[in-house]
Design a protein around this ligand. Structure first.
Ligand SMILES: Cc1ncc(COP(=O)(O)O)c(C=O)c1O
Length: 436
């Protein structure tokens, strides 16, 4: 491979979610990407086993997206998003609304999943206030939840490392128990048992008063903590309890959105429609930073109609909300998904992918596997401090030719929708070899 580049200094860049000191002694730089592959700075080819960070399902180096962004930047590089806009933001919102469930027909643009969570929190507050129910100040989240890193998401987080250092967060958040019982460490699809865990929400309603709870935020499948699939009936039960108490149900679809489960959204896969859904990642196939919040008509109408005709209805937005280049990437991406039938492709590849992942069950170093759609979590038997083995294996896999996202001692595999069965075979082979 030619054109290998290596920076003059690694010191100045403070890397996110990274062991900086260790990384800078032994860096792993990706210098090229195309299709299902990445190339490292030493020239090695690496299979992208987690679609980057779950955001590149249509494959790397899509010229349609690059061309659309290039053309957009030349024709109209920026339009102020407050009281002015540009055509692309409306077109992308229309395309998203066309694939979101039922009444989710209004889309607010952000620049990331974390911003989508903060935005959703504010929409919930604005909605209840507009209805004269400003007393709903409590939020419900879940243990082992990851909702990004802004203060709203940190307040809702259920992972200790994402909140023990950051203590001054939003008050009035309580967490449901998570849905991983530990009874069935190897579990494909939805657990049969565990629907009653949703009754934690009813318990909170009884303890705090249902009329004081504003919203319940859940990832339909908890992704970052290792693909925790909801028990059968669990999301349905959450929906019922929310309806009974006037609580808004928010699905964080930042990972599950745009085909990861073989359907447009997890809401479709599980047949449960939330009031609000957060999105990001695959929205632009990872080519431009972008997030979005989809809301039901009644949420949009309640907030907008509560203000006089010419007044700004929702005091929220970002300088880069609906940036023209991000919208161009989003439109091109949505066209690729549709024209290439990529959500169906994901659904078709899922069975094979899960068959292969569960073959790893026999390895001594693996103590649990879960999977649904094109996503699987693999738990390693810890060696030394928690997370030490996961970190070491992630590095080894990289040099052995496979990129996998790890959270502690759990690897999360999420192939691209364009991946072939042979690509899946290679992923599993590299995992097996690296683990034996
Ligand atoms: C479910 C969920 N919500 C929110 C986020 C935050 O997204 P971002 O990293 O784009 O801010 C993530 C990121 O992984 C996520 O998995």
């Amino acid at each position: 491979m030619d054109d290998l580049s290596f920076p003059n200094s690694l010191e100045e860049h403070w890397m996110p979610f990274t062991a900086n000191r260790e990384f800078k002694k032994d860096p792993r730089l990706v210098v090229k990407s195309s299709g299902v592959h990445l190339w490292d700075h030493r020239g090695g080819q690496i299979l992208d086993g987690s679609s980057g960070l779950f955001c590149v399902p249509a494959g790397h180096g899509r010229t349609e997206i690059a061309d659309a962004v290039h053309a957009q930047l030349l024709s109209n590089d920026y339009a102020a998003p407050f009281q002015v806009s540009h055509p692309g933001s409306f077109e992308l919102a229309r395309k998203i609304a066309a694939i979101t469930p039922e009444d989710i027909n209004h889309v607010f643009f952000t620049n990331s999943g974390s911003e989508s969570i903060d935005t959703a929190l504010k929409i919930v507050m604005a909605y209840h206030r507009a209805r004269g129910e400003g007393q709903r100040t409590r939020f419900v989240s879940r243990d082992r939840a990851y909702h990004g890193v802004n203060m709203g998401g940190v307040s809702l987080a259920g992972m200790v490392k994402n909140r023990e250092t950051f203590t001054s967060v939003m008050p009035n958040v309580v967490c449901l128990r998570h849905t991983m019982s530990g009874d069935e460490p190897y579990l494909r699809g939805q657990p049969e048992k565990g629907v009653e865990l949703a009754d934690d929400l009813e318990r909170f309603a009884q303890t705090y008063g249902g009329s004081t709870i504003a919203a319940c935020f859940v990832e339909p499948i908890a992704g970052s903590t290792g693909c925790l699939v909801p028990p059968k009936g669990y999301l349905e039960r959450l929906r019922e309890i929310c309806d009974a108490h006037g609580i808004l149900l928010v699905f964080d679809e930042v990972i599950t959105g745009f085909g990861r489960l073989g359907t447009p959204f997890a809401a479709d896969a599980f047949g449960v429609v939330p009031d609000i859904m957060t999105m990001a990642k695959a929205l632009t196939n990872g080519c431009q930073p972008m997030g979005a919040v989809g809301v039901k008509d009644m949420v949009y109408e309640t907030v907008t109609e509560a203000s006089p005709q010419s007044a700004i209805e929702f005091f929220h937005g970002y300088t880069y909300s609906g940036h023209p280049a991000a919208c161009a990437a989003g439109i091109a991406t949505q066209d690729i998904y549709k024209n290439e039938g990529l959500f169906d492709k994901a659904a078709k590849l899922s069975e094979y992918f899960l068959d292969k992942m569960f073959e790893l069950e026999s390895l001594d170093k693996i103590v649990g596997i879960r999977g649904y759609g094109l996503m699987a979590g693999i738990d390693l038997k810890p060696e030394g401090a928690p997370g030490a083995f996961g970190t070491a294996l992630q590095k080894e896999l990289f040099w052995n030719g496979l990129h996998v996202k790890f959270t502690g001692d759990t690897g999360i595999l999420a192939p691209q929708f364009i991946a072939t069965r042979e690509n899946v075979d290679s992923m599993v082979d590299i995992l097996r070899e690296s683990l034996t």
